[in-house]
Design a protein around this ligand. Structure first.
Ligand code: IPM
Ligand code: MG
Length: 366
């Protein structure tokens, strides 16, 4: 990747705990900039409920402009009970779906890694989950999420709804290529998940996966039906390394994979476009129940910054340093409420952020 000396990050804190966790992550970006001598400018924009309230739309034009001139986007979370009764196009989620489509963010990477010191946080047996290190690659701009939707009254007077699940082979091919490339850098095993015993779109998916696979003879491709995958994920998760699947299956399986680790407050994600542009966000949502209390776990957002430094900015050493700082803080026994065994000892958002910054401060740049 071409190394630049100046980057712009569009920061969209969003709703709920979004602003609190993003504030800590931005401090990490600023520290990385100071330590590396790279200029990283931050531009703020609105998305989700806050944008509905302020601009009358979950994805204002101005926000899209900011993101389009940035090298990467950092997003907090969107949504909350306040907007739950709104019509579809005025829901915070519409902002998220809109930005994915508008920025061409077709490849969603959701790693689920079990960190040793957090094994007890999982609801599964330690021996089943210790060492889990997998990544779900979810197609993010196609399928049933974006196919035509209809509501009408049938001849018998009953109400009918339709959501079209549609894929062009080019959409399947590009997400498969991302996954094969990723598998190549990891264990060289790729599981493609579909429902080819029932769905035509899945049969096309499988055919394209096979065709693309011929270009990656060093990667072992296997296929799994989505129901079976759901079962295997809780039965024997360690068999998986890279999983690739279509949009809605990926939505479901990535939540399931996340919960294997028991600490959804720890999981980062990347949504990538063609090239190095990407949007980075924690996997957990806006957690309206704890918003504004200063107790949310900022680590997933900080780890999302790590992914951003690596995948969009090409600052691999900085990415390593950020991840290392997070793990050191955890290894030293520090916990926010979501992952603490003893809740009375739990740290707040800012305190946790400070500990990570202090660790990162120790990083000696080359
Ligand atoms: C996710 C979320 C979104 C999705 C919602 C909020 C629209 O569940 O990012 O997984 O379904 O894609
Ligand atoms: Mg989801």
């Amino acid at each position: 990747m071409e190394k630049k000396k100046q980057y712009t990050i569009a920061v969209l804190p969003g709703d709920g705990i979004g602003p609190e966790i993003v504030a800590e992550a931005v401090k990490v970006i600023e520290l990385v900039a100071r330590k590396t001598g790279v200029t990283i400018d931050v531009e703020y924009g609105r998305i989700g409920g806050i944008a509905i309230d302020t601009d009358g739309t979950p994805l204002p034009e101005q926000t899209l402009e900011i993101t389009k001139r940035a090298d990467a986007v950092l997003l907090g979370a969107v949504g909350g009970p306040k907007w739950d009764q709104n019509p579809g196009h005025l829901r915070p989620e519409a902002g998220l779906l809109g930005i994915r489509k508008a920025l061409g963010l077709f490849a969603n990477l959701r790693p689920a890694t079990m960190h040793e010191s957090l094994v007890d946080a999982s609801s599964l047996k330690p021996e089943a989950v210790a060492g889990v290190d997998l990544i779900v690659v979810r197609e993010l701009t196609g399928g049933i999420y974006f196919g035509e939707k209809k509501r009408y009254t049938a001849a018998d007077g009953g109400e009918v709804a339709e959501d079209l699940l549609i894929y062009h082979e080019a959409e399947i091919e590009r997400i498969l290529r991302v996954s094969f490339e990723l598998a190549r850098k990891r264990s060289k095993r790729l599981v493609s998940v579909d429902k080819a015993n029932v769905l035509e779109s899945s049969r096309l998916w499988r055919k394209v996966a096979e065709r693309v696979g011929a270009d990656y003879p060093d990667v072992e491709l296997s296929h799994m039906l989505v129901d079976s995958c759901a079962m295997q994920l809780v039965r024997a998760p360690k068999q998986f390394d890279v999983i690739v699947t279509e949009n809605m299956f990926g939505d479901i399986l990535s939540d399931q994979a996340a919960m294997l680790t028991g600490s959804i407050g720890m999981l980062a994600s990347a949504s990538l476009a063609e090239g190095s542009f990407g949007l980075y966000e924690p996997v957990h949502g806006s957690a309206p129940d704890i918003a504004g209390k200063g107790i949310a776990n900022p680590l997933a957002t900080i780890l999302s910054v790590g992914m951003m430094l690596r995948l969009s900015l090409g600052l691999d050493e900085a990415a390593d340093a950020v991840e290392k700082a997070v793990w050191s803080v955890l290894d030293a026994g520090h916990r926010t409420g979501d992952i603490a065994a003893d809740k009375s000892q739990a740290l707040g958002t800012v305190e946790m952020g400070k500990l990570v910054l202090a660790e990162l401060e120790k990083w000696e740049t080359a």
